[in-house]
Design a protein around this ligand. Structure first.
Ligand code: PMP
Length: 334
C-alpha cells in the first residue's frame, strides 16, 4: 500500500508546470512551481513544519506546549495544521483588518484567534506583536516561532524547495524568480541553487526577487500596496540581500492582471503574489535565449482572494482593470 503516514509527509515535493499562454512570444521555458498543492494550501507549510521540529529538538516546545504567532496568513495555517497533528495548542494574534474568512480557517484547525486593533503603533502593547509577546510571557510552555527571524524558515527552503527545483529541472534551471515577504523563500531557495550550480559550465543560477513596487526591497519606503504576503516596510532578519542578483518591482495593477490571466488561461487559481512573481519572470524571460529555463514560485491559492482580485466590484473600486490592456477605472488612482 502506498500512503503518507501523516499529513506532514504531504508537505513539499510540489510539481513544476510549464506556462504556455501568458508566455506567448517568449522562447525560454517558464516553469511554475505550484505551492498551493501543499496540504495547508501554501508554501508556508514547509517553514511551519521545520520551525516546529526545530523547537522540539531544542526543547523550546514540549508535549502540552502552545505555539503563539502573530500571523493571520499562510504561516498561521501551516502552524495550525502542524500543531493540530502534533497535539500542540495554537494561538494566533491577528489585527482586526484581517478578514473573518482567514480567522475562520485557523479556527477550523482548532486554533484560538485573538484579534487586536490595527490602528495602533507597532510598538504599542495593544499591537499584535505586543499582545502575542504578552500571551507568550503568561503562558507556561509557550513558544513563538517568529517567521521573520527564525533561521528554520530559510533552512526549510534550502533543504526542500531549492533541491526540488534542481532535481526536477535536471540541473538545467538558469533563473529562479521568487517574491520576497519575510525573505525566507528567496534566501533559502536562492542560496541552495547558487551553491549547487556554482561550478556549472553555463554559470550559476540567477536569482530574481519580485517585489511589490513601494516595498523596501526595490528601494521603496514601505508605501502601501495591495498585493498580500510580499514586500516589507522594514528589512527582516531572514532576508539576505546578497542572494538576489536583481530585484524586479511590479505594480499591483500588473500583478492582479496576471493573477486573473493565470486562472483563465493557465487554469492556475493562485494569489496575487503569484501573479506578481510571474510578471517579473516574464519580464526576465523575454530577454533570454530559447535554452533558458526560468522557474517561478507560485506561493498560494487564489481561493483566499475571491473577494478581492477575483471580485469585479472590488477590482473596480480600487481602480484595477478587469481585462488585460483595459484602462484602469476612472474611480481609482491605485
Ligand atoms: N506570497 C504569499 C502569499 C505569502 O504569504 C508569502 C509569505 N509572507 C510570500 C509570498 C513570501 O514568502 P517569504 O515570506 O518566504 O518571503
Amino acid at each position: 500500500m502506498r500512503y503518507a503516514r501523516s499529513v506532514v509527509e504531504l508537505i513539499g515535493n510540489t510539481p513544476l508546470v510549464r506556462l504556455h499562454s501568458v508566455t506567448e512570444g517568449i522562447g525560454a521555458t517558464v516553469l511554475a512551481k505550484v505551492e498551493y498543492l501543499n496540504p495547508g494550501g501554501s508554501i508556508k507549510d514547509r517553514i511551519a513544519l521545520r520551525m516546529v521540529e526545530r523547537a522540539e529538538a531544542s526543547g523550546e516546545l514540549a508535549p502540552g506546549g502552545t505555539i503563539v504567532e502573530p500571523t493571520s496568513g499562510n504561516t498561521g495555517v501551516g502552524l495550525a495544521l502542524v500543531g493540530a497533528l502534533k497535539g500542540y495548542r495554537t494561538v494566533f494574534v491577528t489585527p482586526d483588518k484581517v478578514g473573518e474568512e482567514k480567522r475562520a480557517v485557523l479556527r477550523a484547525y482548532g486554533a484560538e484567534v485573538v484579534v487586536t486593533p490595527t490602528a495602533v503603533a507597532p510598538d504599542s502593547p495593544e499591537s499584535y506583536y505586543g499582545v502575542s509577546d504578552a500571551i507568550v510571557a503568561r503562558t507556561p510552555g509557550a513558544h513563538k516561532p517568529d517567521q521573520f527571524s527564525n533561521l528554520a524558515a530559510p533552512e526549510s527552503h534550502e533543504a526542500s524547495t531549492g533541491p526540488e527545483i534542481w532535481e526536477d529541472t535536471d540541473g538545467l534551471v538558469t533563473h529562479v524568480v521568487i517574491g520576497a515577504g519575510t525573505g525566507g523563500t528567496i534566501t533559502g531557495t536562492g542560496r541552495y541553487l547558487k551553491a549547487v550550480s556554482a561550478d556549472r559550465a553555463s554559470g550559476p543560477v540567477t536569482v530574481v526577487a519580485a517585489d511589490p513596487a513601494g516595498s523596501v526591497y526595490s528601494g521603496g519606503t514601505g508605501r502601501p500596496y495591495f498585493t498580500e504576503g510580499v514586500g516589507e516596510d522594514m528589512w527582516p532578519g531572514n532576508y539576505d540581500p546578497s542572494v538576489p542578483d536583481l530585484v524586479e518591482p511590479v505594480t499591483d495593477a500588473e500583478s492582479f492582471e496576471m493573477t486573473r490571466r493565470l486562472a483563465r488561461e493557465e487554469g492556475l487559481l493562485v494569489g496575487g503574489s503569484s501573479g506578481m512573481a510571474v510578471v517579473a519572470a516574464l519580464r526576465v524571460a523575454r530577454t533570454l535565449p530559447d535554452d533558458a529555463v526560468v522557474v517561478v514560485i507560485l506561493p498560494d491559492s487564489g481561493r483566499g482572494y475571491l473577494g478581492k482580485i477575483f471580485d469585479e466590484s472590488w477590482m473596480r473600486e480600487h481602480g484595477f482593470a478587469l481585462e488585460p490592456g483595459q484602462a484602469p477605472d476612472a474611480a481609482g488612482t491605485v
